[in-house]
Design a protein. Structure first.
Lengths: 423, 154
């Protein structure tokens, strides 16, 4: 296994399974979803590397001493609001014996964190400040006089905020967030997160598959109208509707979108193909489930945006959520759903959001299938580690396209992945 | 409110879902009603969202239609074990009732897992036909993790 700082590995052209198949973005070897050594490498090179990892919402920690705990790859972290209003993030690991410093999802500490094991304490920046019985008791015991606290603080992460999303990175090389995302994707984040938000609920959804299968699914505009019947029938999105996909120049991030329009020709195209996901007889008994209003000053009905490596920002009409993907092993992950609205929502808008939240989440009319399809892949490829998947809709490149009948943004993911992994 | 009738209402509820007679499920609610599936933590924090939310019987019927016609998932069913209802209070014939539940999910391959535990927080009133129905059923799950997907209501 390499380390993050080994410069030679970055230049390596081959994986430990050999060269990337056909050296193509349109081919993905199945071992990337299975291999434990590769998984460890991902934790080091991607999550602990030069990436911005979502750690909380600004709205989660409005006041001094408010904190949340989270994970950056495999590393537990604390993110906390400091006295001057800035946000700090550091590894949630006591310098003494490695215990979690904070073990709740969040809360408020006044001025310091204290590890419960031996009461070593940390300031809001994660600096080791206090050692219980440091000078011993009655001159006996205690720490050696030359013990330097500064050498033993938990690792610190830099933080940045964009539209109320708080990100953290361990690397000094990670560029500023707007540069990291590129102008187009940054604009699409700001389009949705344009004013103070309020959290409406949190749910978690464990999935029996590798984390990358979910991120690919999110970026895969091709599947939406085919796997999700609810989508197609109620014209929330359909491949034949206007829309497209934006891919950041480095391939890492994407935003797909649908523009509202009546589309008779599109409906015919679906019928000709006799696709399962088109049924004219399916109507809602209570159409108030989906009576959206345009709230972002444009005609974009739906925008799904991903930030490499593991965050999704979703606007499906008035149903807004962030989804954080937390990896739990080669074949386990969890989606942390946070549903939100805005502080200035009217009661009518609040109800509208509550109803539209039926569309997403573990029980979502249009997202339910995404919960099981990754597991179907994980099980399907069990004996195919040396085989490849075909990701060739719309060609073999990873640029923005004015259609969603493409896998361009999925290829973008692999372009970025290979760069980080040195493949 | 008659305790036996409340027990019968809960028994009918669990039986409709567990026997996959989903069309019977909305009939146990008033036309105007609230059904919400959420967690104890969301309730404690004052967060309103649910992973399922309906404010009419018709919306519950849409859940069943989607379950039958639209959504795709690996075959599974539930077994509810519903505890005894406790009437917390009554105002103008509407009873506030709390009833604990446990749901085992039986997957296609035979695996039986505890899928959810929690309690139902209900408002129950008598319909014109004399039957008890839910004016409100808030499903408060003890935990916040929903494995893979939730197709069938709790």
């Amino acid at each position: 296994m390499d380390t993050r700082i080994d410069p030679t590995v970055h230049e390596a052209a081959t994986t430990r399974h050999g060269p990337w198949p056909e050296d193509s973005l349109a081919r993905v070897p199945y071992w990337v979803y299975q291999d434990q050594e590769n998984y460890t490498r991902e934790m080091r090179r991607i999550f602990e590397g030069a990436t911005w990892n979502f750690v909380c919402l600004e709205a989660d920690i409005p006041n001094k001493g408010d904190y949340r705990t989270n994970q950056v790859g495999g590393m537990p972290v604390i993110v906390v609001r400091d006295t001057d209003g800035s946000i700090n993030c550091f590894e949630n690991r006591c310098a003494h014996r490695g215990a979690l410093i904070a073990f709740d999802d969040g809360g408020n500490v006044q001025n310091n964190f204290k590890c419960i094991y031996h009461a070593w304490s940390y300031d809001l920046s994660g600096n080791l400040k206090g050692i219980a019985f440091e000078r011993g008791i009655s001159g006996q015991g205690g720490m050696p006089k030359d013990f330097r606290r500064d050498d033993f603080s938990p690792r610190k992460l830099r933080t940045t905020v964009l539209g109320g999303l708080v990100f953290a990175t361990l690397s000094d090389e990670t560029p500023p967030i707007e540069q990291y995302l590129g102008a187009e994707i940054t604009g699409r984040v700001k389009r949705v997160l344009n004013r103070p938000i309020r959290v409406m609920g949190r749910f978690s959804q464990p999935l029996p598959n590798n984390w990358k299968l979910y991120m690919e699914n999110v970026k895969d505009t091709y599947h939406a109208s085919l796997l999700h019947l609810f989508f197609a029938t109620f014209r929330i999105t359909r491949l034949t509707q206007a829309g497209g996909v934006l891919v950041s120049p480095d391939g890492a991030h994407h935003a797909s979108y649908t523009i509202g329009s009546e589309d008779v020709a599109g409906a015919e195209a679906f019928k000709e193909k006799d696709l399962r996901s088109e049924r004219d007889d399916y109507k809602l008994a209570d159409p108030s489930l989906l009576q959206p209003v345009a709230e972002f000053g444009d005609k974009i009905q739906l925008q799904i945006l991903s930030i490499f490596p593991s965050l999704v920002l979703q606007q499906i009409h008035n149903c807004l959520a962030v989804r954080q993907v937390v990896s739990k092993g080669t074949d386990k992950m969890e989606i942390l759903w946070t549903y939100f609205g805005f502080e200035d929502d009217t009661p009518e808008m609040n109800t509208r959001r509550l109803k539209q939240q039926n569309l997403v989440g573990p029980a979502g009319f249009v997202s339910m299938e995404d919960g099981c399809v990754g597991g179907f892949v994980q099980r399907g490829i069990a004996a195919a580690g040396d085989k490849v998947s075909v990701v060739e809709m719309g060609g073999s490149t990873a640029e923005s396209q004015a259609t969603r009948a493409t896998e361009s943004s999925v290829r973008g993911f692999w372009k970025a992945y290979r760069r980080f992994m040195g493949y | 409110m008659d305790a036996t009738k409340l027990v019968e209402l809960n028994a009918a509820y669990a039986r409709a879902i567990d026997n996959e007679k989903f069309e019977e499920w909305p009939k146990l609610f008033h036309e105007t009603c609230i059904y919400k599936l959420t967690t104890a933590e969301n309730i404690a924090k004052g967060y309103e969202a649910g992973i399922m939310y309906a404010d009419s019987r018709a919306m519950l019927e849409d859940r069943v239609s989607a379950l039958r016609k639209a959504n795709i998932y690996e075959r599974h069913r539930y077994r509810h074990v519903v505890g005894l209802p406790v009437v917390l209070g009554q105002v103008n014939g509407a009873a506030d009732v709390e009833t604990p539940f446990l749901i085992v999910r039986i997957m296609r391959d035979g695996v039986m897992d505890v899928f959810a535990t929690g309690c139902y927080l209900d408002k129950v009133t008598t319909s014109d036909d004399g039957a008890l129905r839910f004016a409100e059923r808030i499903v408060v799950c003890d935990g916040g993790r929903f494995d893979t997907l939730v197709a069938i209501p709790f």
